[in-house]
Design a protein around this ligand. Structure first.
Ligand code: SF4
Length: 253
């Protein structure tokens, strides 16, 4: 984390973010932007719209989001001149919808291989976070990026959100693409100031006590006094998160 950048005023932070995005525009031919319906990716999307003309928006749909998240994403996308791609692990979701335990043998070859990698034979939605997040988020996301042949993926992670993000860079190389993090140096307050200053419509769930929006079974309301805005995200149990990150878990999920 660069303290000097973190302590800039908001106008200078916006300038820096746009510089990062201009560089991304020059470097990559096929750019996607991650959108979760949350405030950070919303802010990122607004900045991207100002700088990059040609991009696609990727929403990782686990099938477990709050209704308000789905409707908010629909609303935002109506005003954006970009194709929306929903990254969905359909095969896993079909099995989740049957209820009860999802068994490896009932899944397709790709999902079976992914479960073997992490040594799980079966799992229950949300209770078993490692296989659940890996298949519904990371595998769905990576598959989509591969299908789209993406070389630059922009997302809205920030240095101060959690310790694991403090060493991130604006450009972070992954196996198949580069992740671009234009608002790395922003604080939670900066994001809200930017949203308010620009009159950007945000998800009304924030006004009902949520500080971070994830899947419904794994997200609780969090007091504004809580040390971390992600305290309400049950999946942030550090050991599970370490293993998920090693498998390519995406920071903004
Ligand atoms: S956040 Fe919870 S419900 Fe969503 S994919 Fe992860 S474990 Fe499953």
């Amino acid at each position: 984390m660069d303290e000097e950048l973190y302590n800039l005023d908001l106008d200078k932070k916006v300038e820096k973010s746009k510089e990062v995005l201009k560089e991304a525009k020059d470097r990559y031919d096929n750019i996607t932007v991650g959108f979760t319906g949350g405030k950070d990716s919303l802010t990122t999307l607004e900045l991207v719209k100002d700088v990059i003309d040609d991009f696609k928006v990727v929403f990782v749909d686990t099938g477990q989001h709050f209704d308000e998240v789905y409707s908010f994403i629909d609303e935002v996308m109506e005003d954006i001149d970009a194709e929306r791609i929903d990254a969905i692990n359909t095969n896993v979701l079909e099995n989740v919808r049957k209820g009860g335990v999802v068994k490896k043998d009932d899944l397709n070859d790709l999902n079976q291989k992914e479960l073997e990698k992490i040594d799980w034979e079966e799992f229950t939605l949300a209770d078993d976070r490692e296989p659940c997040c890996h298949l519904l988020k990371t595998v769905a996301f990576q598959q989509t990026l591969n299908d789209l042949d993406v070389d630059g993926h922009v997302n809205g992670i920030r240095w101060d959100e959690q310790d694991s993000r403090r060493n991130e860079n604006y450009f972070s190389e992954r196996e198949t693409h580069t992740r671009v993090h234009p608002i790395l140096h922003w604080s939670e307050d900066d994001v809200w100031s930017y949203i308010q200053r620009n009159g950007i419509q945000y998800n009304p769930m924030y006004d009902r006590g949520y500080r971070s929006l994830g899947c419904k079974p794994c997200t609780n309301k969090v007091s504004t006094d809580a040390e971390s805005e992600r305290t309400g995200r049950a999946q942030d149990k550090e050991k599970v998160m370490e293993r998920l990150r090693a498998l390519g878990y995406m920071a903004i999920f």
